[in-house]
Design a protein around this ligand. Structure first.
Ligand code: SAH
Length: 270
């Protein structure tokens, strides 16, 4: 028997855990939009983070291989019972923040899908962006969505905007009101698709961006002082060469500025 979310919660006598950020999807329209956006093919390996009671999972089973990573042991039991017959599904009881996702990535067709707890969404997105995956669909709180799409010199702009826009083409799949969940969260949500640009890991750029935003109210030169041993004078020279004001702050730079600076600083640092 196919039970809906409320019936499943009642049937298993589940106690919905706030500390694990459990808000289960109930809006069929949103579920359909997410699944359509995943664009599953039979060659795909899909990794679902935080499957909950398996609401999205049941539709993701069309992929060649599906990994579902869930922290809550009680929900793992539900999933094991519900999907006992599914040979292409592997349920993993783990904390996504401590789990090495790299070992699940075997080829080109890996897609990540997640309606995950909002307090770890930034950490999870940042972690996944550097993986060699094809795409990632995540449900996030509206404000995190604004940070992902933000342009320079706005309040929401920061390292998450740059990492997201550097590694992926991003689009909004749908907004989701709090009525789409059981229980209802206090915030509004949005579903975002990251289509990876296929770039290789740019560790150096990440380090530079992190340093540039390390002291929010300081100038870029002060943040970067002694970065890879570079003097303030050297950094000033680089800024001037790039037609950037020497008092500029990290939050005013475009991603293109950061990429260019990273190239030049790396040359000098080596
Ligand atoms: N995807 C489901 C459930 C969303 S609720 C749905 O849309 O209905 C978020 C889920 O993430 C819960 O099942 C919660 O137990 C799980 N979760 C919370 N923290 C986690 C972590 N650190 N690692 C893996 N899963 C986690």
């Amino acid at each position: 028997m196919l039970r809906n979310t409320l019936q499943t919660v009642k049937y298993y006598n589940l106690n919905i855990k706030k500390k694990f950020g459990q808000n289960f999807l109930i809006d069929q329209n949103i579920i359909k939009k997410i699944i359509d956006a995943v664009d599953i093919t039979e060659n795909d390996t899909i990794i679902e983070i935080g499957p909950g009671i398996g609401t999205l999972t049941q539709f993701l089973l069309r992929a060649n291989k599906l990994f579902a990573i869930e922290l809550d042991k009680d929900l793992v039991k539900v999933l094991q019972e519900k999907f006992a017959a599914q040979k292409n599904l592997q349920i993993i009881n783990a904390d996504i923040l401590k789990f090495d996702l790299q070992k699940l990535i075997d080829g080109k067709n890996v897609k990540i899908v997640s309606n995950l707890p909002y307090y770890i969404s930034t950490a999870v997105i940042t972690k996944c962006l550097t993986l060699q995956i094809q795409s990632m669909i995540v449900m996030v709180q509206k404000e995190v969505g604004e940070r992902i799409f933000a342009r320079p010199s706005t309040k929401s702009y920061g390292s998450l905007s740059i990492f997201s826009q550097f590694y992926a083409d991003i689009s909004e799949i749908t907004k989701a009101s709090s009525n789409s969940f059981l229980p209802r969260p206090k915030v509004e949500s949005t579903v975002i698709k990251f289509t990876m640009k296929g770039l290789h890991e740019e560790k150096f750029l990440f380090e530079l961006v992190q340093r540039a935003f390390s002291k929010r109210r300081k100038t870029l030169i002060n943040c970067l002082d002694n970065f890879y041993g570079l003097s303030k004078q050297k950094i000033t020279d680089i800024l001037i060469q790039n037609n950037l004001d020497k008092n500029i702050r990290g939050e005013a730079l475009t991603i293109e500025n950061f990429i260019e600076l990273a190239k030049q600083i790396k040359k000098l640092a080596n």
